[in-house]
Ligand binder design. Structure first.
Ligand code: ADP
Ligand code: MG
Length: 222
């Protein structure tokens, strides 16, 4: 379970105040939540706070009831590696590595032995429908296949929480829906919490919960 408690992260730019302000929300285990809102509404800022890539000015991020945003950077870094998964808009994968090597990478960084990392990465690629593409490099995969490989990589370490920032933005319309269907299935099947930032209607329509932001504030929550 992810809880954001009264999070504020303000940027001052030429007298203008931007960022996110006093945002509180909860996403249970196995839930695919979408942060919706127009460009500049604070979606990426909030994902970076939830992903422990940035620290709030005020408030706390709690993972399974534990306040994690105020932990020392070393501990937060370890949590990012072991308990969080990240999927970005595009260019998720290391271009010189195969799909399999990309998925093995976070496991090996955690110290998982090579044979075990390979076994888990193959299972993750199989689950996202890429078993027969595992030796391809990212440049030899379609945009949708690259995003599915990125999802396999995020899930292979068995995270509590996966954060995805506009994961369908680099895909054409027909591929965004199936990618979200896959995330929704995986959220339930693995009991993983997903927080996805997007303004794509095909993403929002597949969410279990939708949180809407406008000008850095939560304006609609379930
Ligand atoms: N590093 C930064 N420095 C200054 N302003 C920023 C920074 N990051 C984001 N902002 C501002 O914060 C607001 C929210 O941005 P962002 O979280 O990227 O929105 P979204 O992802 O919804 O498009 C915007 O007004 C943006 O210009
Ligand atoms: Mg953004």
């Amino acid at each position: 379970m992810l809880e954001l408690r009264n999070l504020t992260r303000a940027y001052e730019l030429g007298g203008e105040r931007a960022g996110v302000f006093a945002v509180s929300l909860q996403v249970p285990k196995g839930c695919l939540a979408v942060l919706a809102g127009p460009s500049g509404s604070g979606k990426t800022t909030l994902l970076q706070l939830a992903g422990l890539l940035d620290t709030p000015d005020e408030g706390e991020v709690l993972l399974d009831g534990v306040a994690v945003s105020s932990l020392p950077e070393r501990t937060r870094c370890d949590l990012r590696l072991r308990r969080l998964g990240f999927v970005f808009q595009a260019l998720n994968l290391v271009p010189v590595l195969s799909a399999l090597e990309n998925v093995m990478l976070p496991l090996q960084l955690q110290g998982v032995a090579e044979a075990e990392a390979r076994r888990r990465a193959e299972a993750a690629l199989d689950r996202v429908g890429l078993a027969d593409r595992r030796h391809h490099h990212p440049g030899q995969l379609s945009g949708g296949q690259q995003q599915r490989a990125a999802i396999a990589r995020a899930l292979a370490p068995d995270p509590l929480l996966v954060l995805a920032d506009e994961p369908t933005a680099s895909l054409d319309h027909a591929h965004g829906g199936p990618l979200m269907d896959l995330m929704a299935e995986l959220a339930q099947e693995r009991g993983v919490t997903f927080l996805v930032a997007s303004h794509d209607p095909s993403v929002i329509s597949r969410a279990h919960r939708v949180f809407r932001l406008a000008d850095g504030r939560l304006v609609e929550a379930p």
